[in-house]
Design a protein around this ligand. Structure first.
Ligand SMILES: Nc1nc(=O)c2c([nH]1)NC[C@@H]1CN(c3ccc(C(=O)N[C@@H](CCC(=O)O)C(=O)O)cc3)C=[N+]21
Length: 367
């Protein structure tokens, strides 16, 4: 269960992210953080005297992007990813309709799901619903778990040639008998709305080159920062986690935005010391409540990508979702923080729709 929602975001490298010792219990795979107990094996904060001077242009009470401050003892603004994603979906709806009226083309997204993981099926259903909500056509293929790589490749090659499909998404993780690399390589870079093709990632890494698509989750993080009026240029940013689909591209994007970046990963010594220097923290490791108060510089902005289920008898599902960052503690120290759920997750889907729209525009030369 703990690997259920985000196992594919924690690549095998980030899944080994264990030198960060936390006080935790595992029951049926779910992880509990003894919230109020101080972090173990982590040195206390050196200095909490200097507040960073991140600029937040939006007004706290009137902005749908950053909601009002929290109750007593907390100071952070809550960055409402759900609200921002809604604004973006409305913008996309308008563009999809303008395009249809002008040239009669409706953007189309093909989603391929192999096997019957429950979480993957839920994500695919949500993506389909999101497409419907903005007027994008969605095509879904479900293949049995024991399908051959060639069968999957045949569908991808078919979608590559299909003019009504402008985006192709192969839901990850794939069954272990399939080679993820050769599957992702087969997606036409013109339709790689996930931005996982090595050519797109390579271009993202190079100055003066432009990828056709940027991976949805990191793009959603940057978009959240922009739309919250947070200045990235010249700031110190720390990305926690180095997965191909979140950590690494998030660091590249921040660098393109003129931040100075550090990447903290499973082999980093004293990760809390490095993280505490950050004006902006993006955490994408898939470890519940790993980032504690003493990892956070007062006034820092925190984008929490982790979506980790932890057992919760009081919840109807039997579990609830928490981020990589101990939310209550972050609210006390940070200047702004994304919640889980309702932070980066909805932005990922909004960026997928945005990538599909821009793909259709590009393929049909529509401005
Ligand atoms: N090829 C591929 N591309 C992906 O982009 C991709 C993938 N595979 N595999 C799975 C992960 C995961 N992912 C999420 C998207 C939205 C939410 C989301 O909207 N979460 C809600 C919570 C939903 C709930 O309550 O269960 C939130 O954070 O508010 C979460 C996770 C995309 N992924």
């Amino acid at each position: 269960m703990s690997s259920m929602l985000f196992s594919d975001y924690s690549s095998s490298t980030t899944a080994r992210f264990l030198p960060f010792r936390r006080s935790r219990l595992r029951v049926d795979g779910a992880v509990f953080c003894r919230r109020l107990v101080g972090p173990l094996h982590v040195r206390p904060p050196i200095s909490v005297s200097l507040r960073t001077t991140l600029t937040v242009h939006s007004s706290s009470s009137s902005s749908p992007v950053i909601s009002a401050t929290m109750g007593t003892g907390t100071s952070a603004k809550i960055i409402d990813g759900k609200a921002v994603a809604k604004i973006i979906r409305d913008e996309i709806t308008a563009e999809v309709s303008r395009m249809k009226d002008a040239i009669g083309i409706v953007p189309g997204l093909a989603v391929v799901l192999v096997g019957d993981r429950k979480d993957s099926a839920t994500y695919v259903r949500n993506k389909k619903k999101a497409c419907e909500s903005v007027g994008i056509n969605s095509f879904e293929v479900r293949l049995p778990e024991d399908s051959s790589e060639q069968e999957l490749l045949n569908f991808i090659l078919g979608f590559n040639e299909d003019p009504s499909v402008h985006g192709i998404l192969v839901q990850l993780p794939l069954p272990s008998h399939m080679d993820e690399q050769s599957i992702l390589n087969a997606v036409s870079i013109e339709k790689d709305v996930d931005g996982f093709h090595p050519l797109n990632i390579g271009r993202l890494a190079m100055r003066g080159r432009e990828p056709l698509f940027v991976p949805c989750t990191p793009k959603g993080c940057i978009e959240l920062l922009h739309r919250s009026g947070i200045v990235i240029k010249g700031k110190r940013a720390v990305v926690i986690g180095r997965s191909n689909i979140v950590g690494m591209p998030a660091a590249l994007l921040l660098q393109r935005e003129d931040a100075s970046i550090s990447i903290v990963h499973s082999r980093t010594q004293n990760p809390e010391d490095i993280t505490r220097q950050a004006d902006i923290i993006i955490s994408a490791v898939g470890q519940p409540n790993m980032v504690r108060e003493n990892w956070i510089k007062p006034g820092a902005v925190i984008i929490d990508v982790g979506i980790n289920p932890v057992q919760d008898e009081k919840s109807p599902r039997g579990y609830r979702l928490v981020g990589d960052v101990c939310y209550e503690e972050a609210c006390k120290v940070a200047s702004a923080v994304t919640p889980v759920p309702g932070g980066v997750g909805p932005m990922t889907i909004a960026m997928l729709l945005s990538n599909t729209l821009s793909s259709a525009k590009r393929l049909h030369n529509f401005q």
